[in-house]
Design a protein around this ligand. Structure first.
Ligand SMILES: *Cc1c(COP(=O)(O)O)cnc(C)c1O
Length: 399
């Protein structure tokens, strides 16, 4: 699953090239940098690898989402529809723009339920933000159709699904904009970092400026740049970009290992009566970073987890339902609007209303769901061993 598992000489070589010039910043210093432009090179590699017209690196995936929303004109009191199962960064970015996160149910794809999205649309809705969780994708055709019908923006949070595709196009390149995270546990890592991808030149120009204090990057030197808009500093450093440049060259290898190991493990779980797998709208496009499966009931799931722990095979398996980071059930800080600074009245109300919202449909799915992270460093023998143990324990639990 994470690129850090296969970190080596390639990353060191890239970083050393930056250290030798001593120019750690992505802009300026044209002479002393001696032709080394790691951030620009990585942006070009991202465009080529994922088939995006434009790419702008950022300091994190959270910064990428925030930047994308700013460039798409999403701000004060705009409603953004997002899933109740995601990483906290999705709502953090929405809140930081002054917008309102509208959390809705997921379906058995573990991503936005198109029916729940439709039901949540109001005159204030501006954007639908599917999150392609655990390496696989949302039903983008259905969501795109809803966006078209209601004139809404489609922003893909593809932070966890680098290398996944939907009907031949890379996740993150299908909506008006899309984002990846390159934090330390993502499919490819920069240490910290992220990217906004878009096929719209105008959005890209805004994204480019927003990540660097609004600089228009049109002048010959930084000091001469104009500032057409307000921005922030969400820049990536050359050191981080250098790591990413080594990692992106290994992406095909990562994905092929994931797919192979995932398939072997699945062949064991398929033998357990009562186990079902996550719905994948385009199975050929699954990045396979996780194998996600359902047990028949919440009780059986809890029993299975206890049995996995007892057998010493729980490591690398995630029960998101009880996890502090990924599901609404445990987001008390969000539901209580525990903000360090005053939120707007509309945000405050929307957040505290989440305490009354009904997520029983998602609960029913999440309480039966386990995701197994697929390692890049398992030997084939180890995957078979793991699968055989899973099979043995689960047959006992479900008998
Ligand atoms: C990791 C992640 C992010 C944010 O990425 P950071 O780089 O850690 O800020 C956003 N959304 C999802 C779904 C993620 O998994």
């Amino acid at each position: 699953m994470p690129g850090f598992e296969l970190f080596g000489e390639e990353e060191k070589k890239q970083v050393n090239e930056v250290l030798e010039t001593g120019i750690l910043m992505r802009y300026g210093f044209d002479g002393p940098r001696k032709g080394i432009w790691k951030s620009k090179e990585l942006e070009q590699a991202i465009c080529q690898t994922f088939g995006s017209q434009h790419a702008q690196l950022t300091s994190s995936g959270t910064a990428a989402l925030t930047t994308a929303m700013a460039a798409l004109g999403i701000g004060a009191n705009d409603e953004v529809i997002m899933p109740a199962f995601t990483f906290v960064a999705s709502f953090e970015a929405i809140l930081s723009m002054g917008a309102i996160p509208v959390l809705v149910d997921i379906d058995e794809s573990l991503t936005l339920s198109p029916a729940a999205v439709k039901a949540a649309i109001t005159p204030k809705t501006k954007c639908i933000m599917p999150v392609h969780m655990c390496g696989s994708m949302a039903d983008l055709d259905a969501l795109k159709q809803i966006c078209d019908e209601h004139h809404l923006i489609l922003l893909e949070d593809a932070c966890q699904s680098i290398g996944g595709t939907y009907k031949g196009k890379h996740l993150g390149t299908i909506g008006h904009a899309g984002t990846f995270s390159f934090d330390f546990v993502k499919t490819i890592t920069c240490g910290e970092g992220g990217v906004v991808m878009t096929n719209d030149k105008d959005i890209y120009t805004k994204v480019d400026a927003f990540t660097d204090h609004g600089h228009d990057h049109a002048g010959v030197d930084r000091g001469a740049d104009l500032h057409p808009y307000l921005g922030y500093n969400f820049r990536i450093s050359e050191l981080h970009a250098a790591v990413g440049l080594a990692q992106i060259k290994k992406l095909d290898l990562f994905i092929s290992i994931q797919r192979k190991n995932n398939q072997i493990l699945k062949s064991y779980l398929e033998q357990v009566p009562g186990i079902q797998f996550r719905v994948v709208p385009d199975p050929a496009g699954d990045s396979a970073s996780f194998l996600t499966w359902f047990l028949p009931t919440a009780e059986a799931t809890e029993k299975a987890i206890a049995a996995f722990k007892e057998a010493g095979i729980m490591a690398g398996n995630f029960y998101w339902f009880a996890n502090n980071w990924h599901y609404i059930k445990k987001w008390d800080h969000l539901k209580n609007a525990n903000s360090l600074y005053p939120l707007s009245a509309a945000q405050q109300t929307a957040l505290t209303n989440l305490n009354k919202a009904d997520f029983s449909k998602s609960d029913l799915i999440m309480s039966r769901c386990i995701s197994t992270a697929i390692s890049l460093v398992w030997t084939e023998e180890q995957v078979h061993e793991k699968g055989a143990k899973f099979l043995q324990v689960l047959q006992q639990v479900l008998s």
